[in-house]
Design a protein around this ligand. Structure first.
Ligand code: CO
Length: 349
């Protein structure tokens, strides 16, 4: 069955020395340690070991062929957002990484698609870079779920989301800059506890603030990791809305009635959780997303959906490719894959 993977990350093989260009501490850079291996650094601190799958399209395409993924949508790594930097610096970083993404995708333009990043701390610059990136071939934007203390219902962020809707840019919201790091010092607890909570927090800011009442229905919005803790706790939220006026003061409708305003990926790693997610979100709003090529992602992309014991084939097809094709307005499958394989073979010869 055709597969479109909507959640994958890339890093360029190298980028300009940002510390030298802008000054100041903690700029990200790649320290190459062995052929095909590198350490993603933040200043002098080791952040995460990475492999050439991050930057080498041949490695990505080989993994896609192995798993049967036809189209992969890649975005940068949240560490590179630079939302806490001066906006002009974040804009320059966005251009560097956005242009690098297009270069990687150029190896197989029908199979590798990219989401851009923007300097979200400055609405005007963010809108301008989004338009530039869309004209350059990106199919949407990857944003962090907050900018410091500004949540998705912030006026500037709402304006940006309205601009995305006007541009037809899909918006993929990734949790980042996780809460309470001082209480999660070990065991990757920020990724296991705070990330799902961050995503739930963002969805609730949009719902309970009434932001969805002001955002156009045409806005294409998707949250990572199955919407984090949100789907599992929707009953608790509806109950609070019914029984406390301070919960519903800005939100005119039952919170669960807003689930038709956004999509989620299917990265939940459990057949029971996936069945529940489809029940809560509806089978038209869940899309395969693997978090490739990172170790917290699905190691054999698509296996959870493909081998699901209870979801009917029609639903699995929607999750594997149908919903993503519509959401990202992808070209129909046809013979594109074969054409591109032939092109690649020609290039190799
Ligand atoms: Co991710």
């Amino acid at each position: 069955m055709r597969m479109v993977d909507i959640h994958s990350h890339f890093l360029p093989r190298s980028w300009p020395d940002l510390a030298a260009r802008f000054g100041g501490p903690d700029w990200p850079w790649l320290r190459h340690t062995a052929p095909g291996e590198a350490m993603l650094m933040v200043g002098e601190r080791e952040f995460r070991p990475v492999t050439s799958a991050c930057w080498d399209p041949a490695v990505r395409l080989e993994a896609m062929d192995r798993d049967g993924v036809e189209v992969q949508i890649m975005c940068t790594t949240p560490l590179l957002f630079c939302y806490e930097r001066p906006a002009a610096q974040a804009l320059e970083c966005a251009r560097i990484f956005n242009d690098a993404a297009r270069e990687i995708c150029a190896a197989a333009p029908r199979r590798l698609k990219s989401l851009c990043q923007v300097p979200l701390q400055d609405t005007e610059l963010a809108c301008r870079e989004l338009s530039r990136a869309m004209a350059d071939g990106h199919i949407g934007v990857h944003i962090g779920n907050h900018v410091g203390a500004r949540e998705l219902n912030d006026e500037g962020l709402i304006s940006f989301l309205q601009h995305c809707a006007a541009e037809g840019a899909a918006v993929f919201v990734h949790p980042w800059d996780m809460m309470s790091p001082e209480r999660m010092s070990k065991y990757m607890l920020p990724w296991l506890v705070a990330m799902p909570a961050e995503t739930q927090l963002s969805i609730l800011w949009l719902i309970l603030s009434g932001a969805f009442e002001r955002l156009p229905r045409s806005l294409k919005l998707c949250f990572a990791h199955g919407g984090g803790s949100f789907p599992y706790l929707i009953g608790r939220i509806d109950n609070a809305w019914r029984n406390r006026d301070i919960v519903r003061e800005d939100c005119p409708r039952l919170p669960s009635s807003y689930v038709d305003r956004f999509h989620v990926d299917a990265a939940v790693f459990s057949t029971d959780a996936l069945a529940f997610l489809v029940k809560v979100m509806g089978e038209d709003r869940v899309m395969l997303g693997s978090d490739y090529p990172y170790p917290l992602g699905e190691q054999q992309v698509g296996s959870l959906i493909r081998s699901h014991p209870t979801l009917p084939e029609r639903t699995r097809a929607k999750l594997l490719h149908g919903n993503a094709s519509r959401f990202f307005a992808l070209e129909p499958a046809r013979s594109g894959r074969n054409q591109e394989a032939a092109q690649q073979a020609r290039r190799r010869a």
